[in-house]
Design a binder for this molecule. Structure first.
Ligand code: ADP
Ligand code: MG
Length: 224
């Protein structure tokens, strides 16, 4: 397998408190080809693992190699270029006063050409059915719209990989079907996915590889 298709976690240690172990000599390889699901009980370390991959938390020992580069030597924004991240609670990542600004501000701030950014944003608005919300203050969107906006924003930098933390939490059935359709479309766009979820149907539908985490350890890793 080619290195730049991989996220490699090697002998990682991480814990929040020194008397409460979480990840110890933890190793895992994720590839862009197969959609991977991470599941497991509450407090098994799923969210922590995703934050470690994103560089929001730093390993105490070991390395995380993102498509050939050690995350130790990368800034948060460099990591975010390669990997989009959707938090469990979308409101935590919405900052601006309209949907269109939300989609464009980070890329424009980075110095990308405004025209190209606007074009991409309009494409996202269509893909995520946010036409009616284009000029709405994100705070006033429905939960499902916020979630779609959060995913759309994460995709604006054309990441190779997308990590979603509990994407179906508090979505009703229709919204989950809609989300599934969007995730399937990403397959066509060659965006690799890591989905953290408890949702059995969602696991069945998307989990080409399913990893069960318990107390910071992989207890099952199976192909579906
Ligand atoms: N910010 C934090 N400070 C201290 N402990 C935390 C923090 N976040 C999570 N933990 C603890 O780390 C463990 C793993 O949590 P988490 O990664 O959120 O699990 P999951 O997402 O699987 O529910 C739990 O015991 C949790 O209480
Ligand atoms: Mg969690």
């Amino acid at each position: 397998m080619i290195m730049d298709n991989l996220i490699e976690i090697k002998n990682m240690k991480y814990q929040y408190h020194k008397d409460k172990k979480l990840f110890e000599k933890f190793s895992l390889q994720l590839d862009c080809k197969r959609t991977t699901v991470i599941t497991g009980n509450n407090a098994s370390g799923k969210t922590t693992l995703s934050k470690l991959i994103m560089g929001i938390l730093k390993p105490l020992e070991g390395d995380i190699i993102l498509f050939g580069d050690n995350s130790k030597n990368m800034t948060l924004s460099e990591i975010g270029q390669g990997i989009g991240y959707v938090f469990q609670y979308p409101e935590r990542q919405l900052f601006t006063t309209s949907v269109i600004d939300e989609l464009t501000f980070a890329e424009i701030l980075k110095g990308e050409k405004k025209e190209a950014v606007m074009e991409k944003a309009e494409e996202m608005i269509e893909l995520f059915a946010l036409e009616k919300a284009r000029d709405v203050y994100p705070f006033f969107l429905s939960y499902g719209e916020k979630k779609r906006l959060a995913i759309a924003s994460a995709l604006m930098s054309n990441p190779k990989y997308l990590i979603l933390d509990e994407p179906t939490a508090s979505l009703d059935k229709d919204k989950i079907i809609n989300l599934s359709m969007i995730l399937n479309k990403l397959e066509e766009k060659n965006v690799g996915k890591l989905i953290i979820t408890h949702d059995k149907n969602f696991i069945k539908e998307h989990g080409e590889r399913v990893i069960h985490l318990d107390g910071g350890r992989i207890v099952k890793d199976e192909a579906n």
